[in-house]
Write a protein that binds this ligand. Sequence first.
Ligand SMILES: *Cc1c(COP(=O)(O)O)cnc(C)c1O
Length: 369
Amino acid sequence: MPMPKATETVLEINLEALAHNYQYLKSLLHPTTKFLAVVKAFAYGSDQIVIAKKMEALGVAYFGVAYVAEGVALRKAGITTPILVLHAQPANFETLITHKLEPSLYSPRILKTFLAVAKAQKQEKYPVHLKFNTGLNRLGFWENDVDYIVDQLAGEGVLKVLSVFSHLAASEDENEKAFTDNQIASFEKIAAEVDAKLGYSPFRHLLNTSGILNYPKAQYQMVRSGIGLYGFGNDPKIDLQLQAVATLKTVISQIHKIEPGESVGYNRAFHSEGYKTIATLPIGHADGIGRHYGNGKTYVNIAGKKAPIIGNVCMDMIMIDISNIDCKEGDEVIIFGKLPSAETVAATANTISYELLTGISQRVKRKLV
Ligand SMILES: *Cc1c(COP(=O)(O)O)cnc(C)c1O
């Protein structure tokens, strides 16, 4: 069945593609390995509620968000699956507990502050997750914090450590295999020490999407995937196995004929050497198509043909060269989706699919297809 054509700028969300990607990633794992779906940043710029509901229906074990407000939004939408908050801020610890979210504790300061809040709320065995730094040098306890952690947790039983985890720095990079193997080895050493000193064995998790693809031996009891669910594997071969969940479409607002020597857009950044036909689209940097995509770097897709973005990207508009394309005002334009993919478009501006996807602003209407 042909898809209905876009009539305005819209980010289409395809839940069948999401289910396909989930099943593909699951097929690479042991049947018993739990799956945490990362839905931070509006589920990588799509729609975290729609995505989380689908993933909950598919039986995902956990959700991961960056901040407390993201977890609260999921709870308010009726999501009951456990939610790990990767980067909760102390200012929101009470709210976190109210909504039964589970914090990542990653430093002595965060552990102490969370323990005090949980104690004040008379919590018992409140579920928490310990994050260790094994080389990314972003967030995480050091190995020699284990004694301090165990010491803080002893006694009243306010907190219960459900899992121990870490994050890989370069799981997509073959040239960093030795570094990654080293991270895996230190993670195992730390997790074993936690087990021994804590007297019980929290479950373990380390792998993000590229980790699942390249280091399945380190899947432990759970993996955490974001970008793979949305259709990208940081590897063109894997991308062929995955399907884009989000397609960004818009329409042609106006067509102009221009003559040699004329310019297009702000700062007269595009100068025409010949007779050209150009089109104006209702999407700009305020929608997430940044200025770095302008001036010929990136093209959009009109009925299968490539039309380059010319001149500077404006706040609400871009202009494209349609001189060799048979199209008219009102016609549909694909910014990214299957062709070109978000990864391809991102690469034209030296960035990655993660940035392009999460940057699509809330002004763009989300639509389930
Ligand atoms: C964002 C994030 C992930 C997901 O990574 P992908 O590469 O999108 O699969 C996993 N773990 C942590 C700690 C994260 O911050």
